[in-house]
Design a protein around this ligand. Structure first.
Ligand code: GLV
Length: 387
């Protein structure tokens, strides 16, 4: 068993163990990948204020996200095709999150279905919705999420058209993968993944296949988005979905103060400041730069969460100190899942929790609720100065 001390250790193992097609799917941004890169390098520009001679005992990382108790304010973000990173991946990730005490968000574009995940967990998880043109499908999937006891709907607003990721096109990304010669040569070195995949029947988009009509290639994320996703999604359609859902609603993909104000006026339970991990609008600003202006504008009216670029507990602390009430990790837990299955997701959460706890202590704080701007050194012009 390798000694795992950080998320990068999991990433190295992940790269060795998972087919290139799925590693590339996770580890990519759109077009030039500028935004994907800057999501992480922008975090590095923020420094922490070291404080000393403060009692560090009795530290607390637990808190609440949308009123739900969490062991730390870190949720697992929705990630498409998680069940291709490891057989039954969504079930493994949801179980790890449940045992750790953090929310798990199941993607519409998952391999395991809502019902599958519900059958293998005991606590409610969150469901992420992509809005499709087919209203019957949308209403059906909302009913299914309600019936499965999902305790929040995460509505994604920044992916009605898929940003182009060159590697996915070049690799012929699909679920399950088509057995071309390059794929077979790659799979020859990924035997653990292949054996586990042979042992499960969950190898297609479980929420969609058999539930949606009119898609050319059932196995392609690109076809689904081009043919099914609703490019006309606007606030009136969001209101229709809110009314249909009737439960807690989180709006994901806000990166602009004007949109944040509209979301706050709309009355969501939370918004997620996010640029989709740099996978959509290439050239958009690193998401962490927009957190402060959005919190300043709407933080007193709506719970602000943060996603995009978090790879460590230090990053979590920076986002919380900038006013986020909750954060999300996507790639960081996918690395763990691909490296070591459910145990790898647990390890990723443990790593991040320990980093958050120790960093908080060395900043002279004992409770995540007390973190604030006073813990950070932020370069001048970090969040403003744009024309
Ligand atoms: C969403 O499903 C994505 O690929 O970013």
């Amino acid at each position: 068993m390798p000694v795992i001390t950080c998320i990068d250790d999991l990433k190295r193992l992940y790269k060795r163990r998972v087919p290139k097609m799925f590693y590339d799917y996770a580890e990519t941004g759109s077009w030039t990948e500028q935004t994907f890169r800057e999501n992480t390098t922008d975090f590095d520009k923020i420094r922490l204020r070291q404080r000393v001679a403060v009692d560090m005992t009795g530290r607390k990382t637990a808190g609440r996200m949308i009123g739900q108790e969490v062991a730390m304010p870190v949720a697992l973000a929705p990630v498409g095709m998680t069940g291709m990173q490891s057989a039954d991946g969504e079930i493994k990730a949801a179980r790890a999150a449940e045992a750790f005490g953090v929310p798990y968000t199941l993607s519409t574009m998952s391999i395991c279905s809502i019902e599958d995940v519900a059958a293998h967990t005991t606590k409610p998880f969150w469901f992420q919705l992509y809005v499709m043109r087919d209203e019957e499908f949308v209403d059906g999937v909302l009913e299914r999420a309600k019936a499965a006891g999902c305790s929040a709907l995460v509505l994604t607003l920044d992916l009605q058209i898929l940003g182009q990721r060159h590697k996915d096109l070049k690799n012929g990304l699909s679920a399950p993968p088509k057995l071309t010669l390059p794929v077979m040569m790659d799979l020859a070195t990924k035997w653990r993944w292949g054996l586990q995949m042979l042992g499960t029947r969950r190898r297609q988009f479980g929420n969609i296949v058999g539930h949606a009509k009119g898609v050319g290639d059932m196995s392609s994320l690109m076809s689904w988005t081009a043919e099914q996703f609703d490019p006309q999604l606007d606030w009136s359609k969001i209101a229709r979905i809110r009314d249909k859902w009737g439960g807690k609603l989180i709006l994901k993909g806000i990166l602009d103060v004007e949109d944040a104000k509209m979301a706050a006026d709309f009355g969501a339970d939370a918004i997620i400041v996010s640029n989709h991990g740099g996978r959509q609008l290439d050239g958009a600003v690193g998401a962490i730069r927009m957190l402060d202006p959005i919190v300043q504008a709407v933080g007193d009216r709506v719970e602000v969460h943060f996603d995009s670029g978090i790879r460590s507990g230090q990053d979590v602390l920076k986002a919380l100190a900038l006013g986020a009430k909750g954060t999300y990790v996507g790639r960081a837990y996918i690395y763990g899942l691909g490296a070591m299955g459910q145990a790898g997701v647990t390890r990723a959460l443990e790593v991040i929790h320990k980093e958050l706890d120790i960093t908080m202590a060395l900043c002279g704080e004992r409770d995540v609720a007390d973190l604030g701007r006073h813990n950070l050194l932020i370069p001048k012009g970090f969040s403003d100065g744009w024309e």
